[in-house]
Design a protein around this ligand. Sequence first.
Ligand SMILES: Nc1ncnc2c1ncn2[C@@H]1O[C@H](COP(=O)(O)OP(=O)(O)OP(=O)(O)O)[C@@H](O)[C@H]1O
Length: 254
Amino acid sequence: MALLKVRDLRLSFGGLKVLHDISFSVEKGAINSLIGPNGAGKTSLFNCLTGFYKPKGGSISLGGRPITGLPPHRITALGLARTFQNIRLFKEMTVLENAMSGQHCRSRHGIVSAILHLPAQRREEEAIRAAGMRWLDFVGIQQHAHRRAGGLSYGDQRRLELARALASAPELILLDEPAAGLNEREKLDLVHLIRRIRDETGVTVLLIEHDMGLVMQVSEKIVVFDYGQKIADGPPEAVRADPRVIEAYLGTEE
Ligand SMILES: Nc1ncnc2c1ncn2[C@@H]1O[C@H](COP(=O)(O)OP(=O)(O)OP(=O)(O)O)[C@@H](O)[C@H]1O
C-alpha cells in the first residue's frame, strides 16, 4: 500500500520552474531515496511535502488523506516528520528537552508548560520525559540527556535530530542529507539506524542523500531528479544502470 502519493506536483518561483509534474509513491514500511545533482529540486520537494512551500499544482496524500497545501503543523500532526540539511536544534536547551520538543504536536498541554513544570501538567510531563528518554536511548545518546544540545559532537547532534523527529510519532520520516559531514564509521552506524527505524518502529523512511554508497545500500527504491524533472524511479540496480542517470548524475560525479 502506498503511504505517500505525489501526483503531478508543480512548483515555481517567479519564472523559475523548480518541479515539473512530479509523480511517485512510497510504500508503507519502505526505505526509499531521492537523489539528483545539486539544485535538482530535492529539498524543494521535501518543503512541499511538509507544507513549507505551496505547490502550483498537483496533489500529495499521506495514508490516503490529502495534505496538499496544509500548514506544516497540521502535516506533522498527520504523521510526517523531517530532519534538515543543516542541523536545527535548540542548542541552549538540554538534549532531553530537545527530544521532548518533538512531541509538541501530540501533547495536550504544550511542551512549554511541561518544561516549566506547571503542576497541572505533571503527569503528562512525566510521560513526555519518559518517551524523550526512550528515543534518546533508541538513537544511542541517552547518556548525554542532561547536557546542552549545542555541546554534543556533530554526529550526536544528527542523532538528536532523528530522536526529536521520531518523538513526534510519525508514519513517514523525511531525512535531508543525513550522512552529510559524517565520517565512514558514523555512516555505517547511520545505515544501521535507518534500518532499525523501519524494522523496529515501522516508520517509513524517505531520504535525500548524495552519498551513493549509502543510498545503494539502504534503499529499496530510488527516485532520481534532474532539473526539477523525475528521470528515473526504480530499484538501485536498475537506477545505477540507467543511461539517463549515469549521464545526469553519476556521470557528473566522476
Ligand atoms: N525559496 C526559494 N526561492 C527561489 N528559488 C528557490 C527557493 N527554494 C529553492 N529554489 C530554487 O529551486 C531549485 C532547486 O533547489 P533545491 O534546494 O530544491 O535543490 P536540491 O536538489 O535540494 O539541491 P541540493 O542537493 O544542492 O540541496 C534551485 O534552483 C533553487 O535555487
